[in-house]
Structures are given as C-alpha cells and as structure tokens.
Design a protein around this ligand. Structure first.
Ligand code: FAD
Length: 399
C-alpha cells in the first residue's frame, strides 16, 4: 500500500498509473498534470489530428471512466512546483502539499524557444495543434524554422491541406545527423516533390512577428520570408527543473539506473526526461513515443520492489505524405548505411552498420512485414554480410 504520486500527465504518466494497477498496487495514486486535458497521445498532433481526420483522444484505454474505476486521482491544470525529499511531499501551484511514499517524474519536454522568444507558434500540446490546424489550408502560408521530425511532419500535413510551405534549415540536409546523407536526401526530395520550398543550408538571422504568430523571417543570407504563421521546430528541452531543484542527479535529463530509479531510491523517472543507463546501449535519453509507452511498466515493477531492467531498443516512426516508416535501434548519421529495395518507389529498408558490420539500427519504409526481423538483427549484435543485407532475395532471417 502507501501513496504513489506521478508528476506529469502525458503518455508516460498515464502508463505508469495503469502499470501500477496492472501489477496489483492497491494504494493511492495521484497524478499532478499541468495541462487541462486528460493524458493524450502526441504523435497525431502533427499528423492526422493536425489534418483534421481524427479527433483528440485520451491515451487508450485510459479515459475518464478508467481513472474513476481504478481510483487514480488526476489533478488537471495543476503544476508541481517543488519536491521536498526530506519530508516526502510535492508542492503544487494550487497551494497543496501532497505526500508520497514513491514518486514518479514524467514531466516530458518543452519546445526549445527561438532566441529572443518571439511570439511564434510551437507544437507540443493538443491546444497548439488545434490552433495550428485553423491556420492551414489553401491561400494560407507557413514558414517552418527547423527541418526536424516535427517541422517535416507539419510541412507534410500543411502541404497536403494546400498551405504554401517554406522550410528553413541550417544543415545541408534534413535529419542527416540521425539518418545519414542517403536517406536524408530521399526525405528532402520527398518534400520538394510535394511542393515544399525547402531551403537547406539556411540559418535564420531574425524573426519579426506582427500579427502573431505571423510575420517575417530573415535568413542569414538576407532573404526575407513572409508568412501568416511562423512555426519554430528546433528541438525539445527535457523538463528537469523540478528534479534539479530537488538535488537529484541530472545531466542530459534525469539520470536513472537500468530500472529507472533516480539518485533517490524513492523517486523514478520515465519518458522524455529519463536519461537511462541502458543495459545494452549505455547512457541514453529517448524522446520517442515507444519509450514513454513501455518504460512505465519497468518503473512500476521497481516501485513495487521487483527488480527489473528496461532493455527495449528505441523504436520510432513517422508519416509524411506517402512516406511511412519505422526505425528500430540506435545509430547516428555517421554510420555506414546499407539500402535494400526500391528507393524510387519508397519501398525499402535501410540499415546502419558499425565498423565491424554489426547492425545498429534498421528502418522499414512502406514495408510492414519486416519489423520483427529488423529488431532481431539489431538485437543479434553480430556482424552481417553487407552485400547479402542489400540483396532483397536473401531473407533477413538468413543473415
Ligand atoms: P510529455 O508527453 O511531454 O508529457 C509531459 C506532461 O507533463 C505534459 O503534459 C506537461 O504539461 C506535464 N508537466 C511538465 N511539468 C510539469 C509539472 N511541473 N507539473 C505537472 N505537470 C507537468 N514520437 C514518436 O515516436 N513518433 C512520432 O511520430 C512522434 N510524433 C510527435 C509529434 C509531436 C507534435 C510531438 C510534440 C511529439 C511527438 N513524438 C513522437 C514524441 C512523443 O510524443 C514523446 O516522446 C512523448 O510524448 C513523451 O511522453 P512523456 O509522457 O514523457 O512527456
């Protein structure tokens, strides 16, 4: 028994509450959640929800009935302001002090602001997505600063809705630091084919907002881009302030061990903020949906005194126009890439190999039957023959 408190209110927070009940915890569970919605999924915010083809939904199957039935108290629109580790309580901005026996931090990330904080649009929350959706369509214009995942997904959704879209990106290729030049080139071509004015190697010197969030973006080369809406997507910052103020170990996120315990044995961290000592991959912080979905079960097990380690390899997906992909593993754009299949038709696999030809990561583009084989190749951690890997007639299972 006892009293467990979760600070957050995103996917990782919701899944922690669910996992605790699944594992038989019968004590009090309180979620302190800054947003005014029940926990919901963020991936649709830049995809079908932004397109208007689906409506917002809480994290399945955790709707308001679920929280009531499982006696999980969600304090919505309430922000935790301080953790008192000695007294074991959390202070909130509505003036409460909530006692905890075990505490979970699931505070996620916030968008990295553009220097000087002009009043531009960002995309992190459901409310951001709803506001942005109303600004897309024929006759409307959008300048996106940053060709990262969110910038590119919004570019695809906005173009598909008929919006005039300009993207400014200081790197020579989008996502090249993650995917490497071959795959990054395919993604750049994809966006140009769909009519995005993609300006690579183009940094932003300044942003002047007049009718917020619209205005003028001036590039480093002096070119001025005018738009009804300026969206900045230059990365996310993990929300580690509470943890830091409480004196927990924080580096590139809240430092946790393989079982997601922080430097305080009564406090755990999951999702975007968790900088985990991953048993297979070393120190790692993953800002992806799959991690927020699955880490909570491990954290819950450890909260209940069962020793468990989180060993899943990172998984990520994106959808942009007719380019749908899944990525499994952990590599960087500097690793050697082996392609397999038809890149023109956007039906191919890509693999990232280290110097000894071990598969560090694999991606399937519009091919949905290879996920398990790719995961097995990443997990196998042994050299493969790159020529055979590139040859679609050699089954992945035979490598
Ligand atoms: P969050 O979802 O950020 O939730 C944290 C919550 O905690 C927030 O509601 C915040 O308001 C609240 N909070 C913060 N501080 C406090 C406090 N002090 N007190 C109370 N509450 C607080 N990942 C993929 O793998 N694939 C995708 O296609 C994909 N698409 C995405 C699209 C968008 C637009 C965005 C924004 C993200 C996307 N992601 C995607 C990433 C994925 O959504 C995140 O990794 C995931 O949401 C992380 O979950 P989390 O619960 O750790 O944090």
């Amino acid at each position: 028994d006892g009293s467990f408190v979760i600070i957050g209110g995103g996917l990782a927070a919701a899944k922690t509450a669910e996992a605790l009940r699944d594992k038989g915890f019968d004590g009090a569970i309180t979620v302190i959640a800054a947003e005014h919605h029940l926990p919901y999924e963020r991936p649709p915010l830049s995809k079908d929800l932004l397109a208007g083809t689906v409506e917002a939904a809480s994290v399945y199957p955790l709707d308001s009935d679920w929280y009531a039935r499982y006696r999980v108290t969600v304090h919505s629109s309430v922000r935790a302001t301080k953790i008192d580790r000695a007294g074991r309580f959390v202070l909130t901005d509505d003036g409460s002090a909530i006692h905890y026996d075990k505490l979970v931090l699931a505070t996620g990330s916030r968008p990295r602001p553009f220097p000087g904080s002009p009043d531009v649009a960002y995309l992190r929350t459901l409310d951001d997505s709803t506001a942005l959706r109303a600004r897309l369509g024929e006759g409307k214009s959008l300048v996106i600063v940053g060709a990262g995942w969110i910038g590119l997904e919004v570019a695809a959704t906005a173009r598909s809705a008929g919006t005039a879209v300009t993207v400014l990106e200081p790197q020579e290729l989008p996502l090249a630091t993650i995917l490497g030049p071959q795959v990054a080139t395919l993604i750049a071509d994809l966006h140009r084919r769909h009519g995005v004015d993609l300006n690579l190697g183009t940094g932003v010197a300044s942003i002047e907002v007049d009718a917020a969030p619209g205005g003028r973006v001036t590039a480093d080369d002096g070119t001025v881009y005018q738009a009804d809406t300026i969206l900045v997507g230059i990365g996310a910052i993990p929300e580690t302030d509470l943890a830091e103020a409480a004196g927990l170990a924080v580096s590139n996120g809240v430092d946790v061990d393989a079982g997601l315990t922080t430097s305080d044995p009564n406090i755990f961290a999951v999702g975007d903020i968790a900088h985990q000592d991953h048993p297979l991959l070393g120190r790692l912080r993953v800002e992806h949906w799959d991690t927020a979905l699955h880490q909570p079960a491990t954290a819950a097990a450890n909260m209940l005194g069962h020793r468990e380690e989180y060993t899943r390899v990172p998984y990520f997906y994106t959808d942009q126009y007719d380019f749908g992909m899944e990525y499994r593993g952990h590599a960087s754009g500097e690793h050697r890439v082996v392609l397999r299949g038809d890149t023109d038709k956007l039906e191919f696999l890509a693999f990232w190999l280290d110097d000894t030809d071990r598969v560090l990561a694999g991606m399937n583009v519009n091919l949905w039957d290879d996920g398990a084989d790719i995961a097995a190749l990443v997990a196998a951690d042994r050299p493969v023959d790159p020529a055979a890997l590139a040859d679609p007639s050699v089954p992945l299972g035979n490598l």
